[in-house]
Structure formats: C-alpha cells, structure tokens
Design a protein around this ligand. Sequence first.
Ligand SMILES: [Zn+2]
Length: 352
Amino acid sequence: MLSSMATPGPRNATPTLHGSDEARRIHAECPALDLHTDSFLWTRLLRYDVNARHTPPLPASALFGHVDVPRALEGGLGGAFFGLVALPWLDRSCRRAIDDTIGLIERTVSASDGKLRLARSAEDLEAARRDGVVAAMLGVEGAHSLEGDVDALAPLARRGVRYLGLLHFTANPCGAPMMGWGQDSGQGLTNFGRDVVTKCEDEGILVDLAHINERGLFDACEQATKPMILSHAGLAGVFDSWRNTSDAQLRAVADTGGVAGVIFCPRYLGRDGVEAVVDHLLHIVNVAGEDVAALGSDWDGFIVPTRGLDEASKLPLLTDALLARKVPERTIRKILRENTLRVLRDAPPRTP
Ligand SMILES: [Zn+2]
C-alpha cells in the first residue's frame, strides 16, 4: 500500500492558506493546470507519497517535496501533468521505468480516497474541477523511453499518456537536446523523429518541445498538424540562458495553436521571486498572445523553485502578483487553466 510507504522528511497536518480572497476565488472557479511536475520520479526513487501532506524543506534540500495532493487542493492547483522520467544512466530499461511510474501513479490514485484522479481529456479535467479533486495527467519526458520503437507509443496512449517530450538531457533517435549529451551535433528532427511526431498525432499524444535543440523545435513545428506544447521553459527575451526559448521559437509553437508553460526556477528566470515568473508569463503574452501563456512549474524536477512559489499551496500568490500588475482576470484564467484546457480539447485523446 502506498499510503503506508515511508515518506522522507517531516509532515505537518496544519495547512496554511496563501493569497488574497480574490486570488483564492479565481482558483476556486478556475483551478490551475501545471504542464510539468515531476513528483512521481521521487515516488519511484524514494517512495515519496503524493497523497501525504509534507512540509518543506525535505532532507534532500529543496529539490523535491514541492507538490502533494493536500497542498495542491489548498493552492487551487486543479491538475498537473506528472512527468514520466526514465534516467538512462540509472534505469536498465527506460520503457520499464515508464511503465513502473504509471503503475505507481495508478496505485497512488487508488489510495487517494478519490482526491487524486487520472485525467486524459478536457472533459475529465472539467469533471475533476466540479468534484473538487486533483487531476493527474501523464506526460513522458524524453523519447529515449521509446527505445527506438515508434510502436511503443500506442500502448502508452492506451494507458493514458497525453504528451511525449521528444528530448531530455541525452540525444536520442529523435534528435538532439538543447543541453546534454549530443547537444553539439546540430542535428534537427531525424526521420525517426518525424515518424514519432506523426504517430503521436495519430494516437492523441501531444508533442512537447521542452529540452529539444533549436533546429529540432523548428523542424517539429513545421511538420505539426496539431498543437505543439512547450511544457516547461523560460524565455530568452527576458533572460538569456541556454535553457530558454527565443521569441522566434515561441512564435513557432504559437503558430501550431500550442502553449508554453513558464518554469518556476530562478536559474532560468534570471532572478528570484514570484515577479520573475510574472515577467516571463507577460513576455509570452506580449510576443505570442494571451492564448499561449501557461504554467510549467517543473516542481519536483531537480530544481530549487523560486522564492514565494516553492510549493503548490502558494500558487495563489502568483495570481495576486498578476492582479497587482493589472492583468485582466480573463487573461489570468487563460494562463492558469484555459489555454492548457484548449490544447487538450483541440488534440483530444484517441482513447477516451
Ligand atoms: Zn525537464
């Protein structure tokens, strides 16, 4: 039973509610969706119990322990794409690591007393909102997990996987990463990568371009017939970093009807604090329009999150910061939830 699993670090049963009444109202009506959270990597590696409330910082420093179901509910986080991550230097079989993680998520959902629910479609997300529960969506981070077999996608789609990130930190048969092993090859999207994009679109799996190199991103967007997503990124127009996306890349993703989620990591935001996240979100709005900006925290993803947004219960503080910048509520709702919802609606799952 997952509920009886050891969880590292202290727990605290006392919730703290963050944010103004207005921010909390917006989250209650329009619970946020996060395009990238890696909590279940820690379930797989360290038996982190996503159903239990934790009080950071945990012993492994601030690198994880940012998200669990109680704090998601407190923070008006209505759902997240949980990253399915295989580590090629650790996992003997990447496909097996992905399968195991899906199994862990399914068991966590079963042990959640209905508070965490698997979701595939926009309709699932709306049902989760009405019922006041947290939606868990599945996104694979890195096509190395396919182990060179495009037919590995269909069984993943049947198990509920809704996006595939083409690259992570190592070159794989699809192409080359923006940083990591094989980064300097200049390789764009390979023929295999093109087949993967086509197969993803057939199977109702969104293609995620986080971590892919520049040429690969443009190649994929050129081929796209469905929206492409950038699940967790910073914007080079605000802060120039190897990890960040140029305005041209952002527009290419926007032209597919896609969304880009802003990462909550000060290393890529360029400075610490909630305001830094706001700067990157508003840059997306200015460059690509209000239908493109979304959240992609990368919580629990080996990052030290920005001050003020270091755990899920603090999400309303981001909404307060947007309100303070006079961002209209209509735009805030798009950023928090509706843009991600639209993409899931425009590229529905093949298996309902
Ligand atoms: Zn990542």
